[in-house]
Design a protein around this ligand. Structure first.
Ligand SMILES: Cc1cc2nc3c(=O)[nH]c(=O)nc-3n(C[C@H](O)[C@H](O)[C@H](O)COP(=O)(O)OP(=O)(O)OC[C@H]3O[C@@H](n4cnc5c(N)ncnc54)[C@H](O)[C@@H]3O)c2cc1C
Length: 381
């Protein structure tokens, strides 16, 4: 049976996230965009409210709301305030989710309670991308060499979110030159260092740095999965995360649509509000329709993952569609605001910059289409 009715718990969580977003995120969004600082005060308040770790099992200190669909509902609301800040609020998931999805029980018991501590914000860094291995992750060159009860990691990672402020890194490297393997590396481990903060176009409240690995010794028990299972760890994480990143996109798109709608009703040219022109009202109609369509794709993908169904294609459809939609909606919102749309005194140019990032992270829009087309050739059961 198909139902679009959220449960009481989901409605309650949505309300909490919406109120938090209005009161704590939107008012400081321009500040963090301008300064590119880490929004620690927002993170701390969100953490105390349980808005960062509600989806982890209670036995590890999480909120026990283990539904990705609920997480998508919440993430859309937070991103409606600011996608960059909302992305930083997902900052523990980058490593805690792969541990939850693929870790051993003792790894979960060791790391997840640290991430779920409401009194200390802890972030993770998912270190996969390299200069020569972006979309083609299998081309990565970082190496891991076994040395007794340790591995020795060497290599360079680029564009790693939360590097420099993360407590735990998930580093992907090749054992014996071919077996992609995932390793948990604690911040402060000798040989792990971080480059300068990247200056980027959008989502500027979310920090990005290069990571250098020079003879980093990692205990064998910090290997996530078996040797050669790193690709699986990464793909399993992407499948789970893509609906969440899609929800960031919907939040941005909704913010831009609502702003443009209000503006179009108020802005008078040729003696009537600009919304009286079909050219403008049809743009707004398309925005509203496509946001609904994107949300349905996202909720379906999240629901499939919650049911334990194979959801690779659904997650890629949601991510590709939602990110492209956010780009289109924010671009049209700038158009509706005319010259004002380009000015930093108005929020829509920021939303347009944020949306562009979402077409690139967590697999570009082209890569989502590549995954969908490959899976269409081999239907999932
Ligand atoms: C804000 C931000 C945060 C990030 N955070 C992280 C992080 O936390 N951890 C991490 O590991 N990485 C992270 N990344 C890196 C990100 O995952 C990569 O930038 C992304 O996967 C694309 O890789 P690339 O930049 O090397 O582009 P490339 O792979 O070089 O792609 C360039 C262009 O070619 C296209 N293209 C490539 N191959 C194909 C193909 N087969 N068919 C069609 N088109 C193709 C792409 O779609 C793109 O348009 C982040 C990047 C950004 C911008």
């Amino acid at each position: 049976m198909v139902s679009f009715q959220l449960s009481e718990e989901q409605e309650q969580m949505r309300k909490t996230a919406r109120e938090f977003s209005r009161a704590e995120i939107r008012p400081v969004a321009a500040h963090y965009d301008e300064t590119e600082q880490v929004p620690w005060p927002v993170l701390e308040r969100a953490s105390k409210l349980g808005l960062t770790t509600y989806r982890y099992p209670e036995k590890y200190g999480g909120g026990g709301i283990e539904s990705l669909l609920t997480a998508c509902v919440i993430t859309e609301e937070l991103s409606h305030g600011c996608a960059g800040i909302a992305n930083t609020l997902l900052g523990c998931d980058t490593v805690a989710i792969p541990i939850l999805l693929t870790g051993t029980e003792s790894q979960k018991e060791r790391w997840l309670p640290l991430f779920c501590d409401p009194n200390k914000v802890r972030l993770g860094a998912f270190a996969l991308t390299e200069a020569e291995a972006g979309s083609d992750v299998a081309a990565l060159r970082a190496t891991a060499k076994r040395d007794g009860n340790f591995y020795i990691l060497n290599g360079r990672k680029q564009y790693i979110s939360f590097a420099g402020i993360a407590d735990l890194y998930l580093v992907f490297a090749k054992v014996d030159g071919s077996e992609i393997t995932a390793f948990l590396v604690e911040a402060g481990t000798p040989g792990l260092s971080v480059g300068n903060k990247e200056k980027k176009m959008g989502m500027r409240a979310s920090q990005l740095c290069e990571v250098m690995l020079d003879d980093v010794r990692v205990p064998v028990q910090n290997r996530l999965g078996q040797e050669g299972q790193g690709f699986y760890v990464a793909m399993k994480t992407f499948e789970y995360n893509r609906p969440l990143i899609s929800s960031l996109a919907i939040g941005v798109a909704r913010a831009a649509y609502e702003y443009a709608l209000t503006y179009a009703k108020q802005r008078v040219q040729f003696n009537r509000p600009i919304i009286a022109n079909q050219a403008i009202s049809f743009l707004l109609a398309d925005m509203a329709t496509n946001i609904e369509a994107a949300r349905l794709l996202v909720w379906k993908a999240a629901w499939m993952i919650d049911q334990g169904l194979p959801a690779n294609a659904a997650a890629s459809m949601a991510k590709g569609y939602a990110a492209d939609l956010a780009m289109q909606v924010t671009t049209d919102a700038v158009q509706i605001l005319g010259g004002n749309g380009l000015m930093r005194d108005y929020p829509v140019e920021k939303w347009m910059r944020d949306a562009k990032i979402l077409q690139i992270v967590e697999g570009t829009s082209q890569i989502q289409r590549m995954i969908i087309s490959q899976l269409l050739a081999v239907p999932q059961t």
